[in-house]
Design a protein around this ligand. Structure first.
Ligand SMILES: C[S@@+](CC[C@H](N)C(=O)[O-])C[C@H]1O[C@@H](n2cnc3c(N)ncnc32)[C@H](O)[C@@H]1O
Length: 245
């Protein structure tokens, strides 16, 4: 079983098919288009940055991700983005960006308190004085993992024919704010079933805000969904716009 799904080139090739453009991407794209220099942390295949280039963004766009396979998909489409292998503990930036984003729940990949502290300190350091850090994390109150079970498996047509089948199986009981789940996926492009195991952290709003404050990041706004509605006990997301304090 693979503990790092995104490092598998065949899974990386399917990422954009399984994760099509959504309201969340529009939300980030609008911010990116209004910023001269942008760091996308955990950019994956970098669909937001690539779309920004296609829509005429002429500034600096940096996509940082530890999964080379994901970066390779993005680079094949647009070579005029700084595709950078690593994460904020291995690559340092010093007051270089107007905007840093973590989209697609990449923030939840930061599981330990130590990882959170190091990444938040590094993202703050990467921002210019007026820079903003924008990201979302799933609200634990909405209990999204309750639908990460075999009965919610999905079948999606593959663009070249055939069907992709994708199933999650959360490990129960969920203890505290750490959720581990096994994913099984078949595709006409795979030989057999790919099985991967992932762990994500579901920080609640109070804990999240404590980490941000400790890192010197002030909260400008927080939303519960992409329509900018407020965070509530069961809103799906906690979307945060923070700035250097
Ligand atoms: C669900 S994907 C999101 C990709 C992209 N941001 C999007 O909106 O589609 C999560 C990404 O986070 C990356 N990732 C995992 N651990 C990370 C870390 N410690 N720092 C930055 N990115 C990480 C993975 O390699 C993967 O590409």
């Amino acid at each position: 079983m693979n503990d790092d799904p995104y490092s598998d080139p065949e899974i990386a090739e399917l990422y954009d098919v399984l994760n099509t453009w959504a309201d969340s991407d529009e939300f980030y794209l609008d911010l990116v288009m209004r910023s001269d220099s942008v760091l996308d942390v955990g950019c994956g295949t970098g669909m937001i940055l690539r779309t920004a280039r296609y829509r005429g963004h002429h500034g600096r766009l940096v996509g940082l991700d530890p999964a080379q396979a994901m970066l390779d998909v993005g680079r094949r489409d647009r070579s005029d983005i700084e595709w950078t292998s690593g994460d904020l503990t291995t690559v340092r930036y010093d007051r270089e960006f107007d905007l840093a984003i973590m989209s697609g729940h990449a923030f939840q990949e930061l599981v330990s308190d130590e990882e959170l502290r190091r990444n938040l300190a590094a993202v703050r350091a990467a921002l210019i004085d007026t820079g903003r850090f924008v990201f979302e994390t799933r609200n634990p109150g909405a209990r999204a993992w309750e639908q990460w079970t075999p009965e919610f498996a999905v079948e999606i047509p593959h663009p070249d024919g055939g069907v992709i089948w994708d199933q999650n199986d959360v490990e129960l009981p969920v203890v505290g704010d750490i959720v581990t789940f096994v994913s099984r996926c078949t595709s006409p492009t795979f030989e057999g079933v790919k099985t991967t195991r992932s762990t994500l952290r579901f920080l609640d709003q109070t804990s999240l805000n404590g980490f941000l404050c400790e890192a010197g990041l002030a909260i400008e706004a927080q939303y519960g969904f992409w329509d900018r509605s407020p965070v509530s006990d069961s809103s799906p997301e906690i979307i945060t716009i923070a700035r250097r304090d």
